[in-house]
Design a binder for this molecule. Structure first.
Ligand SMILES: Cc1cc2nc3c(=O)[nH]c(=O)nc-3n(C[C@H](O)[C@H](O)[C@H](O)COP(=O)(O)OP(=O)(O)OC[C@H]3O[C@@H](n4cnc5c(N)ncnc54)[C@H](O)[C@@H]3O)c2cc1C
Length: 298
């Protein structure tokens, strides 16, 4: 697509209310731009279909991280650097903190936002498996008010999402209370920084029996993978198979089989379907073995 910068319009109304009013006036005409780390890649490649851009960067209403007794509410406009540096996120939600740490490089982390990662809807987005594992909820906002929806099911297909043309993601809510869980995350890419994931995983697990109770059966488990299907996946069938069981080689074998059945990896410029499938199985096996070894209990 040929393009001329003069064809584009960028405005910054400065408040959330003014932005949602603009989106409501001309639904689908204005593209929100937050940190711009995805939008500007399309722009410079001449592949940005939108001509009218409305800046939501630095809107105060999207920038706070609220720590409440039962949950943490992260403004969609918070950057990876802000996520990485937040003490509650670092301590209680390490799956999200590590995804923030390994997204792009430092410059990207200073600009890229969590809301942008969700709305961009890439199956390889690094923060999304963590949101699935923590069972995040999203607060969406428009002139009609706010609605709160579970993040699971928000992405309905490759680059597709349940977000109306006049809506913004306002915040991401994570329930607190995972201190007794093993938090396991890995990103497999060509290198540690500036690499899109070939496979990424976020998983949480807890063994039964109470602290020091000696139980070794899996009491609660959540497993999510990115880059192995058109959308980030929660592996509910794998979870069902391992729940209530003690981790042993037979269970790991069953889990590996269930992982292979649940994912739909593809060959692309970054990897092959075969490699992705092998890595996904290995990572889930590693998670289960770590869960058994650490013996974290309720
Ligand atoms: C060099 C480089 C390296 C990268 N590395 C990684 C990586 O390792 N892992 C990874 O996951 N991603 C990576 N990315 C992608 C990108 O940085 C992330 O997806 C980032 O989170 C996008 O956030 P943003 O604020 O910059 O979004 P923008 O580019 O501003 O917007 C992206 C999309 O989201 C929409 N949007 C933004 N905010 C909202 C909102 N609040 N409500 C509704 N819609 C919204 C925009 O309209 C647009 O469609 C990389 C990008 C670059 C350029």
């Amino acid at each position: 697509m040929r393009f001329d910068p003069a064809d584009y319009e960028l405005i910054a109304p400065g408040t959330l209310q003014a932005v949602v009013a603009l989106l409501a006036d001309e639904p689908g005409k204005w593209l929100p731009i937050a940190g711009g780390t995805d939008v500007m890649v399309l722009y410079t490649a001449g592949k940005l279909p939108a001509r009218k851009l409305v800046s939501i960067w630095n809107l105060a209403e999207l920038r706070s991280i609220e720590v409440l007794p039962n949950e943490i509410k992260i403004g969609a406009g918070c950057t990876y650097t802000e996520l990485r540096e937040h003490y509650v996120i670092a301590q209680e939600f390490p799956l999200l903190a590590s995804a923030a740490r390994w997204t792009g490089g430092i410059a990207n982390q200073n600009r890229g936002t969590l809301g942008g990662n969700i709305a961009n809807a890439s199956p390889a987005a690094d923060s999304l498996p963590a949101l699935l594992a923590y069972e995040a909820e999203l607060i969406l906002v428009s002139v009609r008010g706010e609605r709160r929806v579970p993040y699971v099911g928000f992405h309905t297909g490759y680059k597709k999402k349940k977000l109306a043309d006049d809506e913004l993601i306002r915040a991401i809510c994570l329930r607190r209370g995972f201190s007794e869980y093993l938090h396991y995350s890995r990103k497999v890419g060509a290198r540690n920084a500036q690499a899109i994931s070939k496979v990424c995983v976020a998983a949480l697990g807890r063994l039964r029996g109470g602290v020091g109770g000696g139980g070794d059966a899996i009491d609660d488990v959540r497993i999510a993978l990115g880059s192995v299907a058109p959308v980030p996946l929660r592996l509910t069938e794998v979870e069902r198979i391992v729940s209530g069981k003690s981790v042993d080689p037979e269970l790991v074998k069953l889990a590996r089989r269930a992982v292979a059945a649940a994912i739909q990896p593809i060959d692309d410029i970054r990897s092959t379907a075969r490699y992705r499938a092998a890595v996904a199985g290995n990572l889930i096996a590693e998670f289960l073995e770590q869960l058994r070894a650490t013996g974290k209990t309720a």
